[in-house]
Design a protein around this ligand. Structure first.
Ligand code: HEM
Length: 116
């Protein structure tokens, strides 16, 4: 059970790496677009995160305040990707605030995971 949980954590981290990595590529290339990879990364991190939110393969108590906060932040990132992606289709570009907030909130969630 513990090994299975560890595998799901790795999948969760792959989701984070995909979302944040795709965002870093856009930020540093100057394109600043919302890409398909970002959506995939978010979906992977969300599904694996929800699986990890259930108390299997752990001995101690779960920190549900932390998990709930991460869920709220992830929903905000999803909304930004949706709104930003829609704007991009219509106008050809993503508002700067939406693009930068996407990366900042993703990093915030990783920081909450590690520091809280
Ligand atoms: C973009 C979104 C997310 C990012 C960047 C992220 C990042 C991370 C990172 C870096 C870890 C490893 C921390 C460590 O082992 O010390 C982690 C663990 C975890 N995440 Fe997330 N996460 C995200 C979304 C979520 C969501 C939506 C949930 C649940 C609703 C969630 C639930 C968890 C849980 C329960 C763990 C702990 C696993 C364990 O140690 O048993 N995460 N997350």
């Amino acid at each position: 059970m513990e090994i299975l949980r560890s595998i799901v954590i790795v999948i969760h981290l792959i989701g984070f790496a995909t979302l944040f990595g795709a965002w870093i590529v856009e930020a540093t290339s100057g394109r600043r677009e919302i890409t398909k990879l970002m959506h995939w990364g978010l979906a992977i991190a969300l599904v694996a995160g929800l699986a990890l939110a259930a108390p299997w393969g752990v001995d101690g108590d779960m920190n549900y305040a932390k998990i709930g906060t991460k869920l709220v932040v992830v929903i905000a990132v999803g909304a930004l990707l949706g709104i930003g992606g829609g704007r991009q289709k219509r106008t050809g570009s993503v508002p700067a605030a939406i693009f930068w907030l996407t990366g900042i909130l993703t990093l915030l969630n990783a920081s909450i995971a590690v520091l809280w």
